[in-house]
Design a protein around this ligand. Structure first.
Ligand code: ADE
Length: 228
């Protein structure tokens, strides 16, 4: 998989790709992540990338020319499965979408800023608009990092069998069960006996029951999906 991220703040994005599972996936060449500084495509002496909105109003709007030039340059080099704009008015990201996007070969992510991008960018180039939740962040960089983390960990070979993403919360519309490790007794707070029983069947049944209970209590919206 290759992910090209178009951003005005590449520095904001670097760290999440330099640690842990995502870093290892990059080192193993299971994914290539390329940051493109949109400023390099800016117009004129000041490399302008934004302008005031037609019709007035507060804030600046990202202009179409630098983005178009950048995306066209990328598209000339390879074909892309998706060109995704991170925006609070996009479709809300979830595990199902992460699973689908993880099967793509090449993806472009466009990080918005200010009051967003000129609508014609969305019409001309964007194939999906994704929000990471119903709150507004200062830009699309942190959402892009979250999006990438969620899909990269699903790529074959990234996680070992033991840490397989199949047992993650949400994969089967169930939250993950509680987990414990040593000590078995912390100031009187004891680990459930069943986990110390050494009986894998009993452990499995307990974990499933806990997952069901958690999902029913905490996420009735997800539990409802079991009826469909
Ligand atoms: N940009 C700003 N807020 C965002 C959000 N919630 N999701 C995606 N991109 C954003």
């Amino acid at each position: 998989m290759r992910i090209d991220i178009i951003t005005l703040h590449p520095g904001l994005l670097e760290s999440p790709f330099q640690h842990s599972i995502v870093k290892r996936a990059i080192e193993k060449n299971l994914v290539t992540v390329n940051f493109i500084n949109l400023r390099d495509y800016g117009i004129g002496k000041y490399k302008q990338v934004d302008d005031s909105p037609f019709g007035g109003g507060a804030g600046m709007v990202m202009t179409i020319e630098p983005i178009a030039k950048c995306i066209e340059e990328l598209k000339a080099q390879r074909s892309y499965d998706e060109i995704i704009y991170l925006t609070p008015d996009g479709e809300v990201f979830n595990q199902e979408k992460a699973n689908t996007f993880s099967m793509a070969k090449n993806i472009i992510l466009l990080c918005g800023h200010y009051k967003g991008v000129d609508e014609r960018v969305r019409e001309l180039f964007i194939t999906k608009e994704i929000s990471i939740g119903d709150y507004v962040l200062s830009g699309g960089e942190l959402p892009a990092a979250i999006f990438c983390d969620a899909i990269i960990r699903l790529l074959p070979g990234v996680l070992s069998d033991e840490t397989s993403a199949l047992s993650d919360s949400f994969q089967d519309n169930l939250l993950a069960p509680p987990v414990y490790t040593r000590p078995a007794d912390y100031k009187g707070l004891k680990v459930p006996d069943v986990l110390l029983s050494g009986d894998p069947k009993q452990v499995e049944n307990w974990r499933l029951a806990q997952s069901v209970e958690r999902t029913q209590q905490r996420r009735p919206d997800i539990w409802k999906k079991h009826d469909i």
